[in-house]
Design a protein around this ligand. Structure first.
Ligand SMILES: Cc1ncc(COP(=O)(O)O)c(C=O)c1O
Length: 431
């Protein structure tokens, strides 16, 4: 099933892009820096597939980095968008679609009693941090190594995702005065968090984390970790924030907090709730959210926030996810993929570990087990790069970094998984 991967047009377009946009992209990880080789320039997407400008077809396990959970360009979403488009692309005034999506989010996500829509996950995390500080009157924040919460200054400390990919411990341009309030701990290490609380009594506004990590590769929480954080934050008068930008409506309809039964004080969302259009959201306890302007004094605003197109795509996507069997299906096909990859790795003599929950998965080229970012960094990155290129050449589009989770969708079929595993066997046999 090897396809001759002609990439002439991709190369031309990317060469031109590099002259006019930094690195040729508008988000770093897309540039394939960590796996090497040329990135593929997309032309269109549909269902589980993507087509590049040279006409190559791929089974897509990136899904626009998470939003495409129903498959790309689902007809229900597209038809609803066409109708909404006729009524206007942006109102800058209240619209009923905001109420509808807000109610859907509140009904679904256990911690959310009130919600504010924004335009990206980054914006949601920036806003939630301001809110944590406003509510507690404290400045310090605990985050975990390898967790990514968007590119806000105070989160660019030991962040995962593209920051990990580029090997930047943090970024120039981030003032020390800002990150001095950001305390970090290894993921899954409750003792380290306890110590930070002991060392900074009455100063920590809260703890923010990816309740299942996707930005250092796929790393689930150890038993008791989320529960322990809930207890520790309560004991110390601090807030617990789940960044469910990636996991919200993906791990379960109500996110990790529904799946694991641990309710944070605040939650950030993005990706799936915009159905492929730019959206983020933050929400949580009514008493905390009541501090947000104009209900309260904490300022946060957005020209395009709650715009009718993004709300429409979000509403339709969540409606599709409400259908019975959705998450069972995602879990079934993703389990088959993940177990298959691990079995093939073993049979072809590679040290590998990984796992999945619902439609999110990861594969590391190391023996494991992996509990945190330090463990993840033990992966054989050169091997991952060769694996990535081999899969790409066989029509399988994986995230171009060892430190990113993979995503499946409702459009991925058993046959797609079989093809992917056949390709993986070929590639791993020759790595
Ligand atoms: C957990 C998490 N938080 C925040 C963000 C930032 O979201 P955005 O890229 O929409 O700004 C991401 C993006 O991947 C994410 O995975």
């Amino acid at each position: 099933m090897t396809i001759p991967l002609t990439t002439t047009k991709s190369e031309e377009i990317f060469a031109a892009a590099q002259k006019i946009m930094p690195g040729g992209v508008n988000s770093p990880v897309r540039a394939f820096k960590s796996v090497g080789g040329q990135p593929i320039v997309f032309e269109r997407v549909k269902g589980a597939y993507a087509w590049d400008v040279d006409g190559n077809q791929y089974i897509d396990y990136v899904g626009s980095w998470g939003p495409a959970i129903c498959g790309h360009t689902h007809p229900d979403v597209i038809n609803a968008l066409k109708e909404a488009l006729e009524k206007g692309t942006s109102f800058g005034a209240p619209c009923v679609l905001e109420n509808i999506l807000a109610e859907m989010v509140i009904d679904a996500v256990p911690s959310v009693e009130m919600v504010r829509f924004v335009n990206s996950g980054t914006e949601a995390c920036l806003s939630v941090l301001r809110l944590m500080r406003a509510f507690t009157g404290r400045d310090k924040l605990i985050k975990f190594e390898g967790c990514y919460h968007g590119h806000g200054d105070m989160f660019l400390v030991k962040a995962g995702s593209g920051v990990a990919t580029l090997g930047l411990p943090d970024s120039p341009g981030v003032p020390k005065a800002v990150t001095i309030s950001t305390l970090t701990a290894p993921y899954n290490d409750l003792e380290a968090v306890k110590e930070l609380f002991n060392e900074n009594p009455g100063e920590i506004a809260g703890v923010i984390l990816e309740p299942i990590v996707g930005n250092a590769g796929f790393i689930p929480p150890d038993a008791g970790f989320l529960e322990g954080l809930r207890v520790l934050t309560k004991e110390n008068g601090a807030l617990l924030v789940f960044d469910e930008v990636m996991t919200g409506f993906r791990i379960a309809y109500g996110g990790v907090q529904e799946k694991f039964g641990v309710t944070p004080d605040l939650t950030t969302l993005g990706k799936v709730i915009g159905g492929g259009l730019p959206v983020g959201a933050y929400g949580g306890r009514r008493d905390i959210m009541s501090m947000v302007a104009p209900a309260g004094p904490m300022y946060q605003a957005g020209t395009l926030s709650g715009n009718p197109l993004a709300m429409t795509a979000g509403i339709k996507t969540l409606e599709l996810l409400q259908k019975p069997g959705t998450y069972e299906y995602l879990d079934k096909i993703t389990k088959k993929l993940s177990a298959g990859l691990l079995k093939i790795a073993k049979e072809t003599g590679h040290a590998a570990c990984g796992g999945q929950i619902s439609g999110m998965f990861g594969l590391f080229f190391t023996e494991g087990p992996i509990h945190n970012y330090e463990d993840a960094k033990k992966s054989d990155l050169a091997k991952f790069s060769r694996f990535h290129r081999g899969m790409l050449e066989r029509g399988i589009y994986l995230a171009p970094s060892q430190f990113e989770a993979g995503f499946t969708s409702l459009a991925h079929t058993d046959e797609d998984i079989d093809k992917t595993l056949a390709a993986a066997r070929e590639v791993m046999s020759s790595l």
